[in-house]
Ligand binder design. Sequence first.
Ligand code: GTP
Ligand code: MG
Length: 375
Amino acid sequence: MAASFPHLSPLGLSASKPQPLKPPSTASIFSVPSTAGHSSIHTEKAHIKCSAGQTGFFTKLGRLIKEKAKSDVEKIFSGFSKTRSNLAVVDELLLYWNLSDTDRVLDELEEALLVADFGPRITIKIVESLREDIYGGKLKSGSEIKAALKRSILELLTSKGLKTELQLGFRKPAVIMIVGVNGGGKTTSLGKLANRLKKEGAKILLGAGDTFRAAASDQLEVWAERTGCEIVMAEKEHAKASTVLSQAVKKGKEEGYDVVLCDTSGRLHTNYSLMEELVACKKALSKIIPGAPNEILQVLDGTTGLNMLPQAREFNEVVGVTGLILTKLDGSARGGCVVSVVDELGIPVKFVGVGEGVEDLQPFDAEAFVDAIFP
Ligand SMILES: Nc1nc2c(ncn2[C@@H]2O[C@H](COP(=O)(O)OP(=O)(O)OP(=O)(O)O)[C@@H](O)[C@H]2O)c(=O)[nH]1
Ligand SMILES: [Mg+2]
């Protein structure tokens, strides 16, 4: 397929494991509007040996990042400590379970799942299926009940066959737009994602599309420095977001970047004109690269509980959300909301945020997640 775009390098890995780049010591900043021949800074050559006809670089990049999740279970454990302590009661309940006690135990299990934000629909589904299997003689001990509980949650997370890997297409650069309501963790997640992708050897450009506040660009600039990525930002306050992001993608295309990560301003899903601005950004990007953005990732603040559902529905309706990032699961958030959003929205959770540090973004892996909340 890449052959039909001769101006782009065909992308493919010659080895299964990419060699990491040596990061530049500081971030390079590129401002818009730019003039022709502006000092766009080119710090490094693509380090991945490309050869046509091999498995796409982007496919491997998405898969590699996901595979890493399995080895990161330790980290996920520490991130989900709050959710785990909320659900620890389940272990206690099942430890002393006996058949005559079933209804009381299941009532308490129901309560624990609701408190952990599994949502009423899922909770009832899980508890009733356990009840049936217990009385049907299929589950005979507390540990069998726990295993069945984990299995049914895993099934809820995986039954829709949603792709949790990043889908980055085949054109270079892949474009990822981050959207969501105010303060959910968009900029932070973008910075962490830049770090992850860069560590896998991709050449990353950040686009400062939050043009409402000067401080927003400054914040992204700090992430650019922290991750050693370049950034395109508006020269003046109140520049149009679509202009800045277009410039970023244009630069990304002209200078051989692998991925352009586009930040956007927080907006209420009920604000029509701001939601329209997102549509304008999306259109502007697709004019530069057909099919861009490849991913529109919505950031949902895990601490808002099930209130995140209407937000996600609205954003999805307006711009078409391709994946979710659930943040702040390390705080007072209750991890059950992950299961609720997957079940109710049918949009895959691609990453979870478990802290404010650069490493605190975990690719979402259903099995690792279930093991993390029910160790
Ligand atoms: N504990 C914790 N804090 C987080 C996480 N993700 C983001 N934060 C914090 O949440 C706050 C808001 O994060 P931002 O990244 O600025 O959120 P935003 O969505 O870009 O905000 P606006 O651009 O103002 O809409 C910051 O203090 C972050 O450090 C997370 O996974 N865990
Ligand atoms: Mg922001």
